[in-house]
Design a protein. Structure first.
Length: 118
């Protein structure tokens, strides 16, 4: 995973070309949705709901890969597997990694679309 970039520049270039002026809106929508998904992962652990944890991680994985955040996608795959194996005792560490990577991705996306974080 160390070799996996925070952002996939090629995928982002394609999205920017397709979305044109709507590209920043797409990024902001992804970031807002992802923030909610991080919270949903935390709630699933608090509720000891491995199924909800796996399903949330699965959808978060897909959106992250599609938007061009492959490292975050890989971490979500790890979380999905934790949920599927019902080993929620491993979940807090995975969530911590996801949260940290999400912060890096947020900063990178804001830099990319010319917005300050905050």
């Amino acid at each position: 995973m160390v070799d996996t970039p925070h952002l996939d520049e090629e995928a982002l270039a394609e999205l920017r070309e397709v979305m044109e002026d709507e590209f920043p809106i797409l990024i902001e929508t992804y970031l807002m949705d992802s923030k909610e998904r991080v919270e949903s992962l935390k709630e699933a652990v608090a509720n000891e709901d491995s199924d909800a944890f796996a399903k949330t991680a699965h959808s978060f994985k897909g959106s992250s890969i599609n938007i061009g955040a492959p490292r975050l996608g890989e971490l979500c795959l790890k979380a999905e597997r934790v949920g599927q194996s019902e080993k929620l005792d491993e979940a807090p560490a995975v969530i911590e990694d996801i949260d940290a990577e999400f912060q890096r991705v947020t900063e990178a996306f804001h830099s990319l679309i010319g917005r300050s974080v905050g």
